[in-house]
Design a protein around this ligand. Structure first.
Ligand code: GLU
Length: 430
């Protein structure tokens, strides 16, 4: 193959299967879930496409005075059960197809935990590590301006995702509020608590992953106090899940960041290892023994939690996974093909749309607090999160037992049944 070939030419020349996009995966999963239930095919056809995809260009004045243009997106998938809801990510790979797929996942995620929201996702194709704080602020405020007619507290409510955080949400809330001449806290969730953010929101996705892991281990008769766990990713989701499971008695043998994993077969002191937020990319500096991220995924543990990025378990390594159980912390860490290899090998996988739904659940609590101008205690947030997660777990478990399907199929069946019922009740207009 000529080294001068363009990326498109190289893609044509290669015999390898191209990587699955989140949209491919989301559509496969939709069709698979639809095959189990009695659903109007017109509703499935409608759900194959987003309601809208907003695409904008964002001029950013860099600190050196030059101007660079970035692409921004907001995909709104379905709002039959309530306003569009979902994160905004800043990542160099963000593109139209990716946000379309991720928006579909948000529709299923909100439905599986029975929140009155639909699904959306957006972002900017920028590497946030290359931006100064001032540049990130200017980019965020200009992006918010471009989305002014798209987002709103009753229409579409963004939240943090990869590469964005509470500060990003604060700038969005401020920009929107100034433009509307009205402080509108409920336009985004995942804000700092000083401006209407909820206690417990930051830890919520990791907490729900830990709750689901606890239930899954219990379901398959593992004692939490004897279970071994490996966690890929030590950002908000991975670190909080690992630390909670550690506190509840599990033995966390490996945690990782982009540089590799800290490994101790007798159990790591997870609180002594800084999370990405505390000290970025420092996990391996705090380890006596390190292994690679690939080796972490293939450890012979009771439970594996991929909580870093998408597509880490693919057809290339699915046959080498040794864990008995997997709980997805990240969005889409397992490709559709890898998923069926794992199912054939009887490795039980709880999907992202259930496991990490604690994030959007506490976003919902935040939105309710903002609308009502009330503040909930951390105990109340965590108690209500536990109730929502256990109700969702029970609904999914019921489908696993009633239909003898995987946990992923069961979660999609629960979500799709609720969405289909709402579409049937509302009908199509005009
Ligand atoms: N970005 C998070 C997710 O993928 C949270 C979305 C939200 O809170 O709206 O679930």
């Amino acid at each position: 193959m000529s080294s001068e070939a363009t990326p498109d030419e190289r893609a044509e020349q290669t015999t390898e299967t191209p990587p699955e996009t989140p949209l491919d995966t989301a559509r496969h999963q939709l069709n698979r879930a639809a095959s189990y239930i009695d659903i109007d095919p017109n509703i499935v056809e409608r759900l194959t496409y987003p309601t809208a995809v907003h695409e904008v260009t964002i001029p950013l004045k860099r600190d050196d005075g030059t101007v660079e243009i970035f692409n921004g997106y907001r995909a709104q998938h379905d709002s039959v059960r309530g306003p569009f809801k979902g994160g905004l990510r800043y990542h160099p790979h963000v593109n139209r197809e990716e946000v379309m797929g991720l928006a579909m996942w948000m529709t299923w995620k909100c439905a599986v935990v029975d929140l009155p929201f639909g699904g959306a996702k957006g972002g900017v194709n920028v590497d946030p590590k290359t931006l100064s704080k001032d540049e990130t602020e200017r980019l965020t405020r200009r992006f918010t301006n471009e989305l002014r007619n798209v987002i709103g507290p009753q229409t579409d409510i963004p939240a943090p995702d990869m590469g964005t955080d509470a500060q990003t949400m604060a700038w969005i809330m401020d920009t929107y509020s100034v433009q509307e001449a009205e402080t509108t806290t409920a336009v985004v969730t995942g804000k700092p608590t000083a401006i209407g953010g909820s206690k417990g929101r930051e830890e919520a996705p990791g907490r729900s992953v830990a709750i689901v892991a606890r239930e899954l281990l219990n379901y398959y008769d593992y004692q939490l106090s004897e279970a071994t766990v490996a966690v890929q990713g030590f950002g908000s989701v991975g670190a909080n899940a690992a630390r909670l499971l550690d506190e509840w008695g599990a033995t966390v043998v490996a945690v990782s960041d982009i540089n590799g994993a800290a490994y101790d077969p007798t159990g790591l002191e997870t609180h002594a290892i800084p999370s990405h937020e505390q000290e970025p990319e420092a996990v391996t500096h705090y380890a006596e023994e390190t292994i690679s991220n690939d080796a972490l995924l293939e450890l012979d543990v009771d439970l594996l939690i991929p909580a870093a990025i998408g597509n880490v378990i693919t057809e290339a390594n699915a046959a080498d996974i040794q864990a008995d159980l997997i709980v997805e912390g990240a969005n889409g860490p397992i490709t559709f093909i890898a998923d069926s290899i794992l199912a054939d090998r009887e490795i039980h996988v709880v999907p992202d749309i259930l496991a990490n739904a604690g994030g959007v659940t506490v976003s919902y609590f935040e939105w309710i607090q903002d609308i009502n101008h009330r503040t909930w205690s951390l105990d109340r947030v965590n108690e209500e999160l536990e109730t929502v997660m256990i109700d969702a777990w029970d609904a999914v478990r019921h489908e696993v037992e009633a239909r003898d399907v995987t946990w992923r199929d069961a979660a999609y069946i629960v979500a799709l049944s609720r969405i289909a019922a709402a579409h049937e009740s509302r009908g199509l207009w005009p």
